[in-house]
Design a protein around this ligand. Structure first.
Ligand code: SAM
Ligand code: SF4
Length: 467
């Protein structure tokens, strides 16, 4: 690590963003096509190019933009879609984020921090559905042992073993930490540390964060620098779309990516794309100040795919099944399924008076898997990279020349087969078996032989077969 700690988010340059957006408001089809051709070379795009794409509205050009995103997604990620479930451990929070049901001023919300025994029960239910990855989520206030509560919770999650099942990767979405706290977090063996800036626009940020530590824009926007300094090299960034103009936010996201690349030689592992959803006790969540239409949402997913082709893109169950399906083709590489946003929600089902926001997709894991497989995507429970030390720069070194596919494709099929054998309903099993046969058949001879060997190991009772 060479960059040193920074304390201010001066790398987000609002004037440069405004200038790029102002200069891009053209209808020059030739320029758009030039940029799409460049994006197909898989080397990403510059800010001014992203600004031009965000101004595209002509239906023909929009079609070409979507086609380019599809091709880039295919070239790098193939047909895989990684699955995870969020695990809300606590809705205690000292902040006052106007869009969130957990905000301190929402006195109607029932507050709850799960005990370690309750967390164990939630994890058992997720493992019994077939999940292998969870995203731990909490508000910014912890029960009496302080941040140690989160560390204990991660240990509890990893301890659960049920038959062939266990959680193999815990990602974490909690408020930004000091370097020492980040080191302790890394010590628990987490996968990705996620933190969304919500909005990169300073004035809007100040308007919607009106109480608590989260008011400090700079502490949040420099959070990933501290995480990287602490040795967490898989970090996930994101924007809460609907708070400010999405075009501004996408350019600011790019500035954040480029800053991490400059400082640490590696950008974020993932980008999340939450859109503001209705939340209990929040007016602005019901009426977003800058609503993002479905067309613009698809467009921004496609643009991010072209701009940073090697960064995973996450789509949660905030979105409906239909929007999720459409964005798989445009660049999304990870999805949640069967989610609850209320602590205790897997044991007790959805409860609006403890949940963070409303879900758009209420289907269970098996139904989502069947749908994904029906569409020709391979549901993947793979956790190999981080467990084999392929994180941060090592991951990007493999990802950039496209080599990661040689690991991902067999791992995806082997973990999908584990799911089919151990957890799937009959109908899903049939769809899945057919998909595996087809995907293996499409491989070249060397990879086919290697993959068949892994699948045979799973059929013979082997689990967690990694390559
Ligand atoms: N409390 C920590 C924080 O704010 O960083 C971490 C967990 S917070 C529960 C996770 C994310 O939920 C936030 O970063 C925000 O983007 C998202 N969120 C909050 N309210 C939402 C809403 N109404 N609709 C969609 N997403 C929301
Ligand atoms: Fe608390 Fe996070 Fe919700 Fe803000 S977004 S109120 S910090 S849980």
């Amino acid at each position: 690590m060479t960059a040193g700690v920074i304390e201010e988010g001066t790398f987000i340059d609002e004037t440069a963003i405004d200038d790029a957006l102002g200069a891009a408001a053209t209808k020059d089809a030739g320029r758009v096509r030039e940029i799409l051709a460049k994006a197909r070379e898989l080397n990403g795009l510059e800010m001014d190019e992203v600004a031009v794409l965000s101004s595209v509205s002509d239906p023909v050009l929009l079609g070409e933009l979507f086609a380019a995103a599809r091709d880039v997604k295919d070239a790098i990620y193939g047909a895989r879609l990684v699955l995870f479930a969020p695990l809300y451990v606590s809705n205690l929070c000292n902040n006052d984020c106007l869009y969130c049901a957990f905000r301190v001023k929402n006195t109607e919300l029932k507050r709850r921090a799960l005990t370690q025994a309750e967390i164990r029960q939630e994890v058992e239910l997720l493992v019994d559905q077939g999940h292998k990855r969870v995203l731990l989520v909490a508000g910014e206030s912890y029960p009496k042992q302080g941040f140690g509560y989160v560390l204990d919770s991660i240990a509890t999650i990893y301890e659960v073993k049920r038959g062939n099942g266990e959680i193999r990767r815990v990602n974490v979405n909690v408020a930004p930490l000091t370097i020492t706290e980040f080191k302790n977090l890394k010590g628990t063996g987490i996968g990705t540390y996620q933190l969304f800036q919500e909005t990169y626009h300073r004035q809007t940020y100040a308007d919607v964060h009106v109480g608590g530590k989260k008011k400090n824009y700079d502490w949040r926007v420099t959070g990933m620098h501290r995480a990287m300094e602490a040795g967490i090299d898989d970090v996930g960034i994101g924007v809460l779309f609907g708070l400010f103009d999405w075009r501004f936010e996408v350019l600011a996201l790019m500035q954040h990516v480029r800053e991490l690349e400059r400082a640490y030689g590696v950008g974020p592992h993932t980008i999340s794309m939450p859109r503001l959803e209705p939340a209990f006790g929040s007016d602005i969540a019901h009426e977003p100040p800058y609503p993002v239409s479905d067309v613009d949402f698809r467009k921004l997913v496609a643009i991010v795919r072209l701009a940073v082709p090697y960064t995973g893109m996450i789509m949660s169950t905030r979105e409906t099944a239909n929007i999720r399906r459409e964005t798989f083709a445009l660049g999304v590489s990870q999805i949640s399924a069967g989610s609850r946003t209320n602590p205790g929600g897997y044991a007790e089902d959805e409860k609006f008076d403890t949940a963070q926001f409303q879900l758009g997709d209420h289907r269970g894991l098996d139904e989502v898997i069947r749908d994904v497989a029906d569409l020709g995507y391979v549901p993947s429970f793979c956790t190999a990279c981080y467990r084999l030390g392929r994180t941060g720069m090592d991951f990007m070194d493999l990802a950039k020349p496209g080599d990661i596919k040689h690991h991902c494709d067999p791992n995806a099929l082997a973990t999908f087969l584990e799911y089919l054998i151990d957890y799937a309903g009959e109908e899903t099993r049939a769809v899945g078996d057919e998909l595996i046969t087809r995907k293996v058949g499409e491989m070249d001879e060397v990879r086919r032989a290697h993959t068949e060997k892994m699948l045979d190991q799973v059929r013979a009772g082997g689990r967690d077969v990694l390559c």
